[in-house]
Design a protein around this ligand. Sequence first.
Ligand SMILES: [Zn+2]
Length: 401
Amino acid sequence: MTASDVQRGSSSSEPALPLAASANAFAPGRALRSAVKVLPEHARGHNRSLVLQTLFHRGAMSRADLARETGLTRVTISDLVAELIADAFVAEKGHREASGPGKPAILVDVDRTGHRIVGIDLSGSDVFIGAVLTLDGDIVARRETPHPPDAGEVLPAVIALARALVADAHAPVLGIGIGTPGVVDDRGVVLTAPNLGWAGFDLEGVLSEALGLPVLVANDANAAVLAEYTFGGAGDDVLLVKVGSGVGSGLLAGGQPMRGSRFAAGEIGHVTVGTDGGPACACGKVGCLEAWLSVPSLSARLAATGDADPDALSGVLRDAGERLGIALAPVVGALDLSEIVLSGPPELLGGVLAQATAEALRTRTLAPFHEGVRVRMTEQGQDIVLRGAAVMVLTARLGVS
Ligand SMILES: [Zn+2]
């Protein structure tokens, strides 16, 4: 996945906004980077995104402050703010308290309640979950629907869930973001998602046609790392490991979402760890990371130790954490990552396992540079994919990340 994926426009009944390009050049906050060069004809869209990005992260300010923060002229800011107010993406928020002579300045801010975003997470093995979110990523309504047993019923279930959430929004919907298991290309085509029965399926195209709204589709772990970046304070060089029924990861390097040569960057679940065997994996190999670390695998091995032996229990978690560290050490070394974020059941991942991962990383990477690599649990909880799906929409529609 690349930033340009989430920044591309979508077919829509609403007018498409100009796409953001390289909004990080002098952005006050951070913005997902794009390799796209800013051409003169893109400057207005770029500036528009810069204004939105500044307000999104810094909050309400006067037009004069906005000019100072963005480096744009007062005239340009005045024009852009007028346009953004007309589009209902920015609103005036009253006057600043007077602190001297002269008229107190009018504050403007992103109209955080003027639009809603719909996020859907298809990665659960039992249920699909969805939410209506504010532009700040706060969840204001939730729904879920059972994962249908028959592959032919998956798409109708997703469409029905999306329609119900759009009806719950009670405000214009900026777009629908979807995190799905499997490998997804940069046009939102699900190349393979065996759990959902999809192969080469244009989920983004089919859904935007059915729903009449912009739809963005990405792999669930790739969505999750976006949530960590925008709402979780992650740095520009971060790997998020998502542990559920499988194991996947999402990766940002230099603030750029990594997609890979076949859109499968981050698919670390079936990397075998070590040459000393290990648990058998469903894929037919032995010692895959997923066979050490997935929730079903961890739960089965914990159950096999018997609850009475705390040493054996923590031994299972320590082994899994160490294997994760062994698998990640070359990635940390190659990309000079600053942070590994774990997403999944905190009771399994949060304690001994995360410590063992950090320890294995410390002993297997270059001491002066990588010994400070943090390994931590996400604070986004179960909503991480929903919130990441919202970031996909924010970035594609507003150039905000
Ligand atoms: Zn495997």
